[in-house]
Design a protein around this ligand. Structure first.
Ligand code: ARG
Length: 261
């Protein structure tokens, strides 16, 4: 994770960002602190990157890389405003002894890649259409040695895979069908017949931008119906308020890069 000390909406690279909207940095840090405390309270270890001035989106740590079984495929950001973030993530992984593979294709890490270790023997789901480019899916497959299933995102409000789909345990997902092309919806139905489906309201409330440890699901507090569906499916929803960061087009999952040793 990376604290939103320098968070601001200084440019608009997704439909949620409006440069005329003010950001309450103190509140953003407070909300982010609560998210980190929630993870620590669940027993997870949280490493933090040092926030850098001039990189207002660095709080969205999910975009810095994507790793599976100790191997990490680095990010190459689409927009120049975020390019420099990749080096901070790379340094973290290299300093901590991870096997880091530098990318040569545009991809935004966990923003567009999800891992399901128990689905069909270990599957990577990958989004394209807005940020990560299709050749990066093949590059990730070669880097990580896991089958990568390409899914096409078609609604600019759901510009990263993690705004519309999340793993809720090692073998199942929750997603909003409307964010995907008809063919990709079919693929998802075939692979995950028991998925939890979110409606557009919960998806627009960033409900799917969640993290789950397989039992506890940390999600945006505005996604109340999705929380109910997850509860009915046997999970424990833990709602957190992240209204300030939503102004940058992100929520829970965007703030967290998951480490998979
Ligand atoms: N403002 C950031 C961007 O548009 C938000 C990134 C959200 N991150 C995510 N994993 N969806 O790049």
């Amino acid at each position: 994770m990376c604290a939103p000390e320098h968070f601001a909406v200084e440019y608009a690279i997704n439909p949620w960002m409006d440069v005329t909207t003010g950001v309450d940095k103190v509140l953003a840090v407070k909300q982010w602190d609560r998210l980190r405390d929630t993870l620590v309270g669940l027993g997870h270890e949280v490493h933090v990157l040092t926030p850098q001035a001039g990189l207002p989106d660095m709080v969205f740590a999910a975009n810095g890389a994507f790793g599976v079984d100790g191997t990490v495929y680095g990010a190459q950001f689409k927009h120049p405003q975020r390019t420099a973030e990749a080096a901070a993530h790379r340094a973290f992984y290299q300093e901590h002894g991870w096997h880091f593979i530098a990318p040569s294709e545009t991809n935004e890490g966990e923003g567009d890649f999800a891992y399901l270790p128990e689905a069909h023997g270990g599957l990577v789901l990958a989004g394209h259409g807005f940020r990560t480019e299709l050749p990066a899916h093949a590059e990730a497959q070669e880097a990580l040695g896991r089958p990568v299933v390409s899914l096409r995102l078609v609604d600019p409000r759901f510009y990263h895979l993690d705004t519309a789909l999340a793993s809720i345990d090692d073998g199942n997902i929750a997603y909003f069908p409307g964010a995907f092309s008809a063919a990709s919806q079919r693929v998802l139905t075939q692979l995950f017949p028991d998925a939890v489906l979110a409606d557009d309201e919960d998806a627009l409330a960033f409900g799917l931008n969640l993290v789950s440890d397989g039992a506890n699901v940390v999600l945006n507090s505005e996604a109340t119906r999705l929380a109910g569906k997850l509860k009915a499916a046997g999970y424990t929803p833990l709602p957190v308020e992240l209204a300030e960061l939503k102004k940058g087009g992100g929520s829970v999952k965007c703030c967290i890069a998951e480490l998979r040793p």
